[in-house]
Ligand binder design. Sequence first.
Ligand code: FDA
Length: 307
Amino acid sequence: MRSALLGASRSERLRHTVERIPLTRNVVARYVAGSEQSDAVRVAGELAGEGLAVTIDHLGEPTHDRAHATRIAQTYVALLEALRKAELTPDVEVSVPLSAVGQTLPADGAAIALENAQQICQAAADAGTTVTLDMEDHTTTDATLDVLRELRADFPSVGAVLQAQLKRTESDCRDLAHEGSRVRLCKGAYDEPETVAFRDRGEVDRSYVRCMKVLFAGAGYPMIATHDARLVEIAGSLAARHRREQGSYEYQMLYGLRSREQLRLVRAGERVRVYVPYGPEWYAYLVRRLAERPANLGFLLRSVASS
Ligand code: FDA
């Protein structure tokens, strides 16, 4: 089912049908702030009012044209300016998928993505906040970590995502568990081959625990991005074992998932950041969320039927 849904996330025909459903009337609104920048800023403000930190992601497909990559970078720059004006920084940062700002372009993709990411990082610094680089499928991991290294030379607070489902990640955690390094650890949302990834859920969870042990033992800033209650509990134990103060690490969850748990952690004094996606191109993101929880598919199918 997961593979079929992840395949559907790449289907143009399905995307066309599903994207015609108005955002507010269906399951999409549960996971996505809305189509416009103002929706993202409004939702970030609401979450900040509840004591939650936020990271905002502009949803988009990998770009195949340089002008489009530049427009996406400008979208982030404008978003950061709006967040500054709304006085939502520094507690609201942005998450950037490098494929949206040029990484997959055939000629000079890496250089174009770096240039665009530098502009976004500069705008974030001007707004008093920072950037975390999303991680996409395993073919992009090295290129993304290369861009991270380059960005950190000028913007040392830039963070990256590592995916516990990849066999290489424990070693990447070791490389990145240093002073000032922000690592968002997630399980991984892509359907990866077993040559590079653990395919069994139990194996992914065990890898996640090994990675957390490395991050909590290190000198960096672990960002524990999961809704898995067991892993959240283990993170708490590791924080205690390493005498980490609250605020020297954080929990992260997606907008619309386990909202009560997010607030419970905040009330317990923990730092919790909500990942808020927005933008008109929400289809692939939504289907990846459904792939994690096929039970939610029923909501979407009912929305399609009634639209
Ligand atoms: P898991 O999927 O095992 O879920 C654990 C429990 O959480 C479930 O039993 C259920 O209770 C609840 N749950 C999970 N998904 C649900 C859903 N859709 N609906 C309802 N309940 C649900 N991935 C990636 O490849 N690259 C990236 O850059 C990022 N970035 C990122 C940032 C942040 C802040 C988060 C939280 C996640 C990501 N991810 C990601 C996604 C991540 O890889 C993973 O796919 C999801 O977080 C789901 O995995 P869990 O760790 O929650 O565990």
